[in-house]
Write a protein that binds this ligand. Structure first.
Ligand SMILES: Nc1nc2c(ncn2[C@@H]2O[C@H](COP(=O)(O)OP(=O)(O)OP(=O)(O)O)[C@@H](O)[C@H]2O)c(=O)[nH]1
Length: 464
């Protein structure tokens, strides 16, 4: 009788286990004892490995790159003196395990990034690509793959992210518009303000032509500036009106490694308020604050230009000096504020009754001066009479009721081709104003041709 032997099922299981072990040993032997392959693997900038799919990732084989990756010699990992899973950063361990197991279930290679604790105390970033090795009957024997140090790449990636965050923060300044385009005007990047000003969504704008978003004239102007910057490789600055607002644009060239302009950055600042302020200041500098008419200085400047032109063209020019009658008594009876109101109303009526080309100013106090280009004495007298009549016929409405008032006007003409100074013409008109006042007010007094007063004044100014 033979003792009872193992049954056939048990033999089959043992046989399979033995076969697996032989498979495994053959693979390890191939890896470790094939000198060419070992040298090749050892020269890779990283660590090739074969490990078991256990919680320690027990290493059966690691290449020489283990030392630079972890700081440990390969033997330390292969003889379990150093457990590989202990080298993985605790915060990454579970994730790595899960990702690898999922890939194994799906029978595909895995790629995973995680931190490892280097022997020198540093934390290094590792990138691992691995796969499972299965026996012919489908049993997972081990894992093998390659792990490389990507710390430098990770640092660069972080630096890039920081840089991008800085750029975005810069781009997203709330007040100004910034954009980057290529040399054909195609938008590469822009901030929210640009999108708001163009009434578009930022994502829709990227990749579109900036010219297509702009009114024809604005686009044509931008095209000109773009060409100039591309040719000169120098920034340019210009101002323009877009819709109802004013912008100050600076267009910068962005050069590539070959020093050619490959992109352009446009920085636009809304200067509408500044423009309005400038205009207000300009207005204040040339006008009388109470009546809004030109002030005396601006009147002189414009009138002198006009006289020079009249002399060239040999056209006549006339001047009016206008004064409100008994204005002092209006002030005295009704107060200064009502006096101001009267001055404003009279100024408005004078302006309304003169031509656009006439130059009217508040000459001082309750006195106004007007220069009437291309106007002879007869027409100037008609105009003066119309003004007098209008003021006399239109009482000024004030808080203290309607006030009737009158004006007196002195008129003088500078005949075409006759050269004289503005001061002479105005003095002549002023003398006639005095004459009108003397004659009883509410009237006009005109310089008449036989009177050679103007010529005398002019000669006096010219000297002997
Ligand atoms: N309310 C007001 N009054 C002014 C202003 N500038 C000058 N006046 C006053 O205008 C008055 C001018 O008086 P006068 O030069 O005596 O002339 P008038 O009273 O108009 O008399 P005639 O010109 O001779 O008809 C003075 O009382 C000034 O104080 C002003 O800006 N506002």
């Amino acid at each position: 009788m033979h003792p009872p032997g193992p049954d056939s099922e048990q033999l089959r299981v043992e046989n399979a286990a033995l076969k697996r072990r032989i498979d495994e040993l053959e693979r390890v032997q191939y890896r470790t004892h094939c000198p060419d392959t070992a040298a090749l693997v050892d020269n890779f900038p990283g660590m090739a490995y074969r490990c078991r799919n256990d919680s320690n990732w027990t290493m059966d084989y690691v290449s020489a790159g283990c030392r630079s990756l972890t700081g440990h010699p390969p033997e330390a990992l292969m003889r379990d003196r150093v457990i590989y899973s202990d080298l993985i950063h605790p915060e990454d361990r579970d994730r790595v395990w899960d990702q690898v197991q999922l890939a194994l279930v799906e029978r595909r290679t895995f790629e995973v990034e995680y931190r490892i604790n280097h022997i020198d105390g540093d934390i290094r970033w590792a990138w691992e690509r691995g796969w499972g090795l299965w026996s012919s009957d489908g049993e997972l024997l081990s894992l093998e793959g390659f792990i490389t140090d990507i710390s430098a790449y990770k640092r660069a990636e972080q630096a890039l992210r920081d840089h991008q965050a800085t750029l975005r923060a810069l781009l997203d300044t709330p007040d100004d518009s910034m954009l980057l385009m290529d040399t054909t005007g195609k938008l590469i990047a822009c901030n929210d303000m640009t999108a708001r000003q163009l009434h578009r969504d930022r994502r829709q704008l990227i990749g579109s032509s900036l010219f297509a978003q702009l009114p024809t004239e604005t686009a044509a102007n931008l095209r000109r500036q773009l060409r100039e910057v591309i040719n000169s490789a120098e920034p340019t600055r210009y101002q323009e009106q877009y819709r109802d607002r004013w912008f100050d644009h600076t267009l910068y060239p962005v050069c590539n490694a070959h020093h050619q302009v490959s992109q352009l950055a446009l920085y636009s600042r809304d200067i509408t308020e500044q423009k309005q302020l400038e205009r207000t200041l300009e207005q204040l500098a040339i006008s009388d604050p109470l009546t809004g008419l030109f002030n005396r200085r601006q009147f002189w400047s414009l009138a002198e230009q006009d006289l020079a032109q009249a002399a060239r063209k040999r056209t006549p020019t006339s001047a009016l000096m206008i004064d409100i009658d008994h204005f002092k008594s209006i002030n005295d009876r009704h107060g200064h504020l009502i006096g101001d109101e009267v001055l404003q109303t009279v100024a408005g009526q004078l302006k309304l009754n003169l031509r656009h080309s006439d130059i009217l100013c508040r000459y001082g106090g309750e006195e106004f001066a007007a220069l009437l280009p291309e106007t002879d004495l007869a027409t100037a007298c008609e105009t003066a009479e119309r003004l007098r009549q209008c003021i006399a016929d239109t009482p000024v409405e004030t808080d203290q009721g309607a006030l009737s008032l009158t004006i007196s006007i002195g008129v003088a003409e500078l005949v075409g081709g006759f050269r004289t100074r503005l001061s002479a013409l105005l003095e002549c008109a002023d003398r006639k104003l005095y004459a009108a006042k003397q004659a009883g007010r509410n009237r006009i007094a005109c310089w008449t041709p036989p009177d050679d007063e103007l010529e005398r004044i002019a000669n006096k100014e010219r000297g002997p």
